[in-house]
Design a protein around this ligand. Structure first.
Ligand code: FO1
Length: 310
């Protein structure tokens, strides 16, 4: 059985980790958002690829969800003393990854090739693919103008009111080698509980990906539980886009694309209205508070995907 998961950010990485625990390595491919990538301090930073790889490798910082565990901050402290920009926190060990990726990209390797090799060196056994090797950059359209994603997310702490999003470069981007092949060969496609607006939509904006996802047995896991985002600004974004955040709103967002939506027990009463827009629902506990919860949710999601495939 082949499973492809689309992921971005911390929630996506957790479910990807659960899937990696229950499936043989050659059965699973994770396609990761690179719309959050940016150049910082002269380095190519790929936050979502790194969050997924660190999580799968067991190296992730559990408190933040991003960056590495057992991190030290000597570089950042020294940079601060020199008056350099420290708003985006790069730990010493994490820095080595950005440095090595940047060096190899400058030498002409693709992001996909560099990611495959660095992930393998961290001990990751499954295929982790960037959505594209081309530069696609998420821009947040706000009342204060168009803001690059990391400036909006980290420097401005998601404060400006959102009016929309733009994925600069997406129109001409090509899916990274392996992405369309994996989607076409998938028995089940899982959209992880990642932010629909800024983690999953950029992946779907890469030409050919939305169509491939729509053709598959695709199920999504709602990142909205009880009207709140489990982490990050998804609920705030829904509200500012004029939509009441709910599991149902996530279903509507992906209407016509997914065959099933996994929602939390807390939102069980929304199941009939979600099914009314033409998708099946699975009601279960979706909050992953530990390895067992990741595993159990992964098992249920794959089973649900197999059911909607029929
Ligand atoms: N998120 C923050 O809120 N503050 C940071 O200083 C920060 C640093 C950082 C460094 C490396 C990395 O891979 C991720 C980092 N993130 C940080 C998370 C990053 O902004 C991600 O794009 C978000 O988690 C959205 O997925």
């Amino acid at each position: 059985m082949k499973v492809v998961a689309l992921a971005g950010g911390v929630g996506g990485a957790k479910l990807a980790d659960g899937l990696a625990e229950i499936l043989p390595p050659d059965s699973l491919t994770i396609v990761v958002n690179t719309g959050d990538d940016f150049e910082h301090l002269g380095l190519h930073v790929s936050p979502d690829l790194d969050t997924v790889c660190y999580t799968l490798a067991g190296l992730a910082n559990r408190a933040t969800g991003w960056g590495r565990a057992d991190e030290s901050w000597r570089f950042l402290e020294a940079l601060d003393a020199l008056g350099g920009p420290t708003w985006f926190r790069l730990g010493d060990r994490d820095l080595a990854l950005h440095h090595e990726r940047t060096r190899r990209l400058a030498a002409g390797e693709s992001l996909g090739d560099v990611t495959r090799d660095l992930a393998a060196r961290m001990g990751v056994k499954i295929a982790v693919l960037p959505m594209t090797n081309d530069a696609v950059r998420t821009l947040v359209l706000t009342e204060e103008g168009e803001i690059p994603f990391q400036a909006y997310f980290v420097a401005m702490a998601c404060e400006p009111r959102v009016r929309g999003f733009r994925f600069s470069g997406a129109e001409t981007a090509r899916p990274a080698p392996g992405v369309l092949e994996a989607l076409a060969g998938a028995d089940v496609i899982v959209m992880c509980p990642s932010n629909p607006w800024v983690s999953l939509d950029p992946i779907l904006a890469v030409p050919g990906v939305r169509q491939a996802v729509g053709r598959g047995a695709t199920v999504a896991v709602s990142p909205i539980v009880g009207g709140q985002a489990l982490k990050g600004p998804a609920a705030k974004m829904f509200r500012e886009m004029g939509i009441e955040p709910s599991a149902r709103a996530v279903g509507t967002h992906f209407e016509g694309l997914i065959r099933g939506l996994v929602i939390d027990v807390e939102d069980a009463q929304q199941a009939p209205s979600i099914e009314a827009v033409g998708m099946r629902t699975l009601v279960t506990r979706t909050v992953m508070k530990g390895r067992r919860a990741r595993r159990r949710l992964a098992e249920e999601v794959v089973l649900f995907g197999q059911q909607v495939a029929r």
